[in-house]
Design a protein around this ligand. Structure first.
Ligand SMILES: CC(C)(COP(=O)(O)OP(=O)(O)OC[C@H]1O[C@@H](n2cnc3c(N)ncnc32)[C@H](O)[C@@H]1OP(=O)(O)O)[C@@H](O)C(=O)NCCC(=O)NCCS
Length: 338
């Protein structure tokens, strides 16, 4: 079954989205009615662009066009309206999704509409707006702790840069072995949905991704970019050590260097990392963590019988003598198996 048919917006969320979508004048309504379909399809065509915010920038071109909206200085209101309109009229997920992801949608739409009709009325940060445009179009789908972009690439240039920086061909070999020049899924976070940011949440999220990969054989794997993939983070912040788990199950890393926003993200929540950074003992560095499809699917299969394969901090676990026979699977996984 095509996902568009599988995913229905529940009546309550639909009527709340319609209430948000109606917050515009009759002239604005007429303009959006004429122009939004073309801009929505342009935005969809940019799903794969390296700039995550490219689809929302296209929509903003419309909203800030003085010919289309001469009397509308209230751009944030129009952004809320457009996100609601896109979700109601232009939502289309092109991939087949497993039931474990489809099941996340009712809560996901509830969260989106609650955000649009409450917090976003005071301020709609660009980071959230660009994510919401993607969600509303179905370009990015919920996956628990992680959100998943369905169209992404891991370009050979990234790998080449890593080979030069690390003076190792490991990433290039892994990339060639998985024929990584095709389509990838990209995983990332949404700070509005962080309740499951822990080892169980990561495990459950990646199990869902493995199920999605099984249904979409052309996708090469799942790749994410962050400062917390940096192997050094495991030493500085041992409670985040579980994030390296995929590297024990066939994932590979590629150094992507450092930019001011990576440094800000790495240090904003942690006084330890901030202090080490200020002392010159830690330089936040961004890494791509790419988990090729066969390895990720094999990990998810193994997890069914081997709880020790779960995301976990192997150093802490070995200190506490982790016993896979005694250990029960994480709650989230047990719930998913039911
Ligand atoms: C990514 C992020 C959500 C991880 O949060 P986290 O799981 O709480 O882990 P952090 O190491 O960042 O935690 C921050 C502080 O809370 C403490 N902490 C984390 N979990 C804890 C726990 N269970 N009990 C007690 N303290 C805890 C940590 O010790 C740390 O302080 P310290 O390093 O000075 O000791 C968080 O760092 C963040 O919001 N960063 C900014 C946004 C970002 O990076 N986004 C991703 C972009 S790719």
């Amino acid at each position: 079954m095509r996902p568009a048919k599988q995913i229905q917006i529940a009546d309550k969320a639909r009527s709340e989205l319609m209430a948000v979508a109606r917050q515009l004048s009759s002239r604005e309504k007429e303009q959006l009615g004429h122009l939004l379909p073309a801009f929505a399809s342009k935005a969809r065509s940019l799903a794969e662009h390296w700039d995550f915010a490219a689809p929302s920038r296209i929509v903003d071109q419309l909203l800030t066009d003085p010919c289309a909206f001469p009397d509308s200085p209230d751009i944030e209101r129009l952004r809320r309206v457009v996100v609601a309109r896109l979700a109601l009229d232009h939502f289309e997920v092109e991939d087949r999704l497993p039931s474990s992801i489809v099941a996340l949608y009712p809560k996901f739409f509830d969260r989106l509409v609650t955000f649009l009709s409450t917090r976003a009325c005071y301020s709609y940060p660009h980071e959230y707006y660009s994510k919401d445009v993607r969600y509303a179009l179905g370009l990015t789908v919920p996956c628990g702790t992680h959100q998943l972009d369905l169209r992404n690439r891991v370009g050979p240039k990234l790998i080449l840069r890593d080979v030069i920086a690390s003076r190792s061909v490991n990433s290039a070999l892994a990339y060639a072995a998985c024929r990584g020049w095709g389509r990838w899924y990209a995983n990332h976070l949404d700070l509005r949905a962080m309740k499951e940011f822990n080892s169980d949440g990561w495990t459950a999220s990646f199990v869902r991704m493995a199920e999605a990969l099984k249904l979409n054989p052309d996708v090469r794997g799942v790749a994410g970019v962050s400062w917390f993939h940096d192997p050094r983070v495991r030493d500085i912040s041992p409670h985040l050590g579980y994030i390296q788990t995929p590297t024990s199950f066939g994932a590979f890393l590629a150094n992507m260097g450092s930019a001011p926003h990576h440094i800000a993200n790495a240090t904003v929540r942690s006084s330890t990392r901030q202090k080490l950074y200020e002392e010159g003992k830690y330089s936040p560095t961004c890494y791509l963590l790419a988990w090729p499809r066969n390895a990720l699917i094999a990990w998810a299969e193994r997890l069914k019988d081997d709880p020790s394969a779960t995301f976990r901090n192997s150093r802490l676990a070995s200190r506490t003598r982790f016993d896979p026979v005694q250990a029960s699977p994480p709650t989230a996984i047990q719930a998913m198996r039911r």
